[in-house]
Write a protein that binds this ligand. Structure first.
Ligand code: HEC
Length: 404
């Protein structure tokens, strides 16, 4: 519903301002109370600037007026279509600590600015884009790991997934409470997930491949799922076990846009791990739908047979769907909203960390409903965890038995 309200509000404002159109910007009459320098830049810096910045992952910077204004129409379409920014969890249906959708009033301001002649605003208030991030946001990590050798992304490769195995060097078990990622080639590091491997599989695959890293053959449940712009968080009182001698495996999706197509890159991403030894271990479970959907509604659920505290959800939708909904159903039948995503986008896999963990008692269940588009087709998106069903969900939780 949000987008329709926004369109109406935007349209009303523009109409109301119609009679006072006086300024002329180029050939477009100015009918916006909001200007780039005063109002729109702070939104772009905050909501778009982690990617739409010089040298960033997106095709253009939105942090100067000269670069941003030619994109006005496209910006309108992307924000109205809920494609940009890529964070998907609907506000008010679950509360999350690592991101949020564009607030309705900011969406309205962008729309009014775009439709109303996109004025630049006072010349003496031209904003200065921030310096690129080259340091840890969360402060010095406990353990810093760097891909051992730079990975070369050739001019003819538009997109590739590469895994790298790194020895943690730990002599006693610790728990991972936070992961920060610092790509060295920000323009192409689109998505990063981090795993713990105690089996030696990743290390063997890495040494069998003559180039840095390896291409596939490793699966697991990610400790961290990252793309630029999500707020990096450390967890309180909980963490993922990193046993002594385990390897840390990083999976990087390198992807170019039309602007970086044909260029060569070299990347040596760094990971900053925050570790603790006195926190409870996080457990996880994978839920998935049937493999051949017959209805437009795909529903599946997970029965809770021991009290658990739900910390986060990582959905993957590998089929054309209009909506994904996750609810907690308590033994008395009452429903608790957990996550709602409209227009799920497989390009930006996201783990949604609850602001406040949800306690699910024995006898409750976690229910997932995906609404498919008529004639929905599979997209064959490779999973970050171990399931190939069209709709899958990774649950992260703590339970009494896991703590022992
Ligand atoms: C997490 C990174 C990220 C954030 C945050 C983000 N974008 Fe994007 N945006 C991209 C990427 C990457 C593309 C290129 C499309 C693709 O390859 O998926 C893109 C494409 C676009 C396009 C279309 C450009 C074209 O080539 O046609 C527009 C317009 C846009 N973004 C606007 C925005 C606005 C406005 C915001 C903030 C409200 C925003 N984006 C936030 C990464 C981001």
């Amino acid at each position: 519903m949000r987008r329709y309200t926004a369109v109406l509000v935007g349209a009303t404002l523009v109409l109301a301002l119609g009679p006072i159109r006086q300024q002329i910007h180029g050939h477009t009459p100015i009918a916006s109370r909001f200007t780039y320098n005063e109002h729109i830049y702070p939104i772009f810096e905050d909501q778009c600037g982690s990617c739409h910045v010089e040298g960033g992952i997106a095709p253009m910077s939105l942090l100067t007026y000269q670069e941003a204004y030619p994109w006005t129409q496209s910006i309108r379409e992307e924000v109205l279509g809920l494609r940009m920014p890529p964070w998907k969890a609907e506000d008010g249906f679950g509360q999350f600590k690592n991101g949020h959708v564009l607030p309705a009033h900011e969406l309205d301001m962008i729309l009014e600015w775009a439709a109303g002649g996109y004025p630049q605003g006072p010349r003496d208030q031209v904003p200065t884009p921030p310096a690129p991030l080259t340091d840890w946001k969360l402060g010095a990590p406990t353990l810093e790991l760097t891909i051992p050798e730079p990975f070369a992304l050739g001019a003819n490769t538009s997109e590739v997934v590469r895994y790298f195995a790194m020895d943690s060097g730990l002599e006693t078990e610790q728990l991972i409470t936070g992961v920060e990622v610092l790509p060295s080639s920000r323009a192409v590091v689109r998505h990063v997930s981090v795993y713990v491997d105690t089996s030696g599989t990743a290390r063997a695959a890495d040494s069998a491949d003559p180039a840095p890293g390896f291409a596939d053959g490793f699966t697991g449940q990610p400790v961290s799922v990252w793309w630029p712009g999500q707020q990096v968080v450390t967890l309180d009182d909980v963490g993922y076990a990193l046993p002594a001698g385990a390897d840390v495996v990083v999976r990087i999706l390198y992807k170019k846009t039309w602007i970086t197509e044909g260029q060569q890159f070299s990347d040596q991403t760094r990971l900053g791990l925050h570790l603790a030894s006195d926190v409870s271990p996080i457990d996880s479970a994978v839920l998935h739908s049937q493999s051949d959907p017959i209805d437009r509604q795909l529903t599946f659920s997970h029965q809770v047979d021991e009290d658990l505290t739900l910390l986060g959800l990582l959905p993957e939708v590998d089929i054309d769907a209009t909506e994904l909904k996750v609810e907690g159903v308590h033994p008395d039948g009452s429903r608790e909203p957990l996550l709602l995503i409209r227009e799920p986008d497989a390009d930006w896999p996201t783990r949604y960390w609850f602001d406040t963990p949800h306690v699910m008692p024995t006898g409750s269940h976690i229910e997932v409903t995906a609404t498919l588009r008529p004639g929905a087709e599979r997209r064959a998106v490779s999973s970050l965890f171990t399931s190939q069903a069209p709709v899958r969900l990774l649950l992260d939780f703590t339970s009494a038995s896991a703590a022992n």
